[in-house]
Design a protein. Structure first.
Length: 382
């Protein structure tokens, strides 16, 4: 549900009745992950996706039915060996979908509206819903805040004893801390013994940061690509004449400062992407000396192989170890034969995605590993 928070927040403010289907569990080569959602309003308008097309029609019908009868249901979709054209995932995976009606007078509408509004504003938000258990609890929701406080709908929390709400809130907060979406099993009395109640917890955290150093044409293309991928993008360059809003209209922030000085005073975490496009030693060396000692998901630097070798020599002289340098993706990007700034930005984005998800960067044609999830061969080191 939080996967499409911006659109559903608007539907809430427009007092629309709708039903939302959320992927709560997957198996095998499933195309979407837990948290993916599709919603249908009372006029038949649909937003979102749960399967990338395989079972959208069937899930749409479930949403329409849920709106009509007001019943929350959980449905499983998988590949049909008997009839490849039957409703199912022809990719061979399995998904389980929780379909929840949200009429205008839904008891949980207030808490759902608060969760959607917070997620749409980029605030850390966790929403716990009963995905399996006693029929009278199915679909009940609990909004959990980063400080551990929580709130339920008009009828209270999850519908069970108060201890169930307290335990669910504590577990959801722990999942929110790491940005995790998934299920957890509790007993109906709220103890941690599995069985009785399965909760689906969606975590929505602020978008990860991408900081692009070097206000060049390649950076302008990378900013557009980063925004498309959902990053909060900052451009930093020491040259005020190049770091302008006119050149980077889609950037969230534009900073005029020496790159290493800005990095020293800004925050990074394990989701942050740092792209160094300056390929100028006076900028690169102090910047990468700082970057490679900071938390980050990806640190890449542009330049030729000769530039890379010279840069590594200078970084070692600055005190960085082989372990530090192993974090550096340089020359940045996958080999796509890129020539234009846009093609280069695509090659950089491809390497960022492959690094984040453990991809190999090889063509899927002829590959002998699962396309969606599963074990992959290790990538070749830089």
């Amino acid at each position: 549900m939080l996967d499409i928070a911006a659109e559903l927040d608007r539907w809430m403010r427009e007092d629309r009745a709708f039903a939302v289907a959320s992927v709560v569990a997957v198996g095998g080569s499933a195309p979407r992950r837990p948290g993916a959602a599709l919603a249908v309003d009372s006029e038949g308008t649909a937003i979102g996706s749960v399967s990338g097309g395989c079972v959208e029609g069937a899930v749409y019908d479930l949403c329409v039915q849920a709106l009509q009868d007001g019943t929350t249901v959980r449905e499983r979709f998988g590949y049909s060996d008997e009839d490849a054209f039957a409703v199912g995932l022809t990719c061979g995976g399995v998904i389980e979908v929780l379909v929840t009606p949200v009429p205008a007078d839904a008891p949980d509408r207030t808490v759902l509206a608060a969760a959607l509004s917070g997620a749409a504003r980029g605030e850390p938000t966790a929403l716990a819903r009963v995905a399996a258990g006693p029929p009278e609890l199915l679909g009940r929701a609990l909004l959990v805040h980063p400080d551990g406080s929580y709130e339920g709908g008009a009828e209270g929390g999850l519908g069970g004893p108060a201890e169930l709400d307290r335990t669910a809130a504590a577990e959801a907060r722990a999942m929110l801390d790491v940005g995790r979406t998934g299920t957890l099993d509790l007993s109906e009395d709220g103890s941690h013994c599995p069985g009785g109640v399965t909760l689906f917890v969606e975590s929505s955290v602020p978008p990860p940061r991408m900081i692009v150093f070097g206000a060049i044409d390649f950076a302008a293309a990378l900013v557009r690509t980063g925004k498309f991928l959902g990053y909060h993008v900052t451009v930093c360059d020491a040259r005020a004449v190049f770091a302008t809003r006119a050149r980077f209209p889609e950037a969230d922030d534009i900073v005029v400062d020496w790159p290493h000085r800005y990095l020293e005073r800004t925050g990074t975490d394990d989701r942050t992407v740092l792209c160094v496009l300056t390929h100028d030693a006076k900028f690169d060396v102090p910047l990468l000396t700082t970057a490679l000692r900071r938390p980050a998901a990806f640190i890449g630097a542009m330049g030729s192989r000769r530039t890379h070798e010279d840069r590594n020599r200078r970084l070692r002289e600055a005190g960085l170890t082989d372990h530090d340098l192993a974090r550096l993706h340089s020359p940045i990007g996958l080999d796509l034969g890129a020539r234009t700034p846009e093609e280069t930005a695509l090659s950089i984005a491809a390497e960022i995605i492959a690094t984040r998800h453990g991809g190999t960067g090889v063509p899927l044609t002829g590959a002998r590993f699962p396309i969606h999830g599963g074990e992959r061969p290790a990538r070749t080191a830089h």
